[in-house]
Design a protein around this ligand. Structure first.
Ligand code: ADP
Length: 222
């Protein structure tokens, strides 16, 4: 798709932790030729860089809390001002509070967001998915209790140790989900009230879900 001939594509992707949002967000951004902007990835990059901001963000993330709306707005407005975002973007992990939603709308203007997609997966299903997830501590490859590496628990890709992430225990997952319910569901509802939300069933074949998302965006925008 030629970026010079098509209208801008400005998308939001919502979904509980474990809904498959990250995977689908990457695929959609690629399909529509826009940058995939994940606030979680941006914050983790700042943590790796070891900046003062990164150190503060790490404390907040490790505690399972949200970084402040003010800081997030600064981060996202700088990112959306980058040259690669002039003809659209896909936001993954932002907005996460009602305030962030209103801030984003103020930043982009009322017509500046084309569609918000909500990947719907029931809470019990995501708890089951995440608590059975296992990850290579060296290269990040994903496994699960149902689909372990060939030699438990050594990574097939790099030989690293395959373990459970500290924040993937059932208790920790339930805490992050509670924050989603309390803070993020209200902003999802707000976008629905604006007529900007499309909800997709996130349980099923991954490729079929991608196709459904692509056709929703295509029908809406082109
Ligand atoms: P998850 O969806 O599993 O929480 P993310 O990668 O989206 O993972 O986010 C990781 C952490 O980064 C969050 O728990 C939160 O502390 C922080 N974070 C990411 N996006 C935002 C945001 N929009 N507002 C506040 N904090 C955020």
């Amino acid at each position: 798709m030629e970026s010079t001939t098509r209208p801008p594509v400005r998308l939001l992707v919502f979904g509980r932790q474990g809904a498959g949002k990250g995977t689908q967000a990457v695929r959609l951004a690629e399909q529509f030729g826009v940058p995939h902007i994940s606030t979680g990835d941006m914050l983790r990059a700042a943590v790796r860089e070891g900046t003062e901001f990164g150190q503060r963000a790490k404390e907040i993330m490790d505690a399972g809390h949200l970084v402040s709306d003010e800081v997030m707005l600064g981060l996202i407005s700088e990112r959306l001002a980058q040259p690669d975002a002039v003809n659209g973007w896909l936001l993954d992990g932002f907005p996460r509070t009602l305030q962030q939603g209103k801030d984003l709308m103020a930043l982009t203007g009322a017509d500046g967001i084309d569609l918000a997609l909500d990947l719907d997966v029931a809470e019990d299903v995501v708890v089951e998915r995440i608590s059975s997830r296992r990850v290579c501590s060296s290269c990040g490859a994903n496994y699960s209790v149902q689909v372990p590496p060939t030699s438990p628990w050594t990574c097939d890709v790099c030989g690293g140790e395959v373990t459970q992430r500290d924040d993937d225990t059932e208790q920790a997952v339930r805490e992050r989900l509670a924050t989603y319910l309390l803070q993020t569901i209200p902003v999802v509802k707000w976008f629905e009230e604006q007529g900007l939300l499309a909800t997709v069933d996130g349980v099923g074949d991954r490729d079929e879900i991608t196709e459904e998302l692509i056709s929703l965006v295509t029908n809406r925008l082109f």
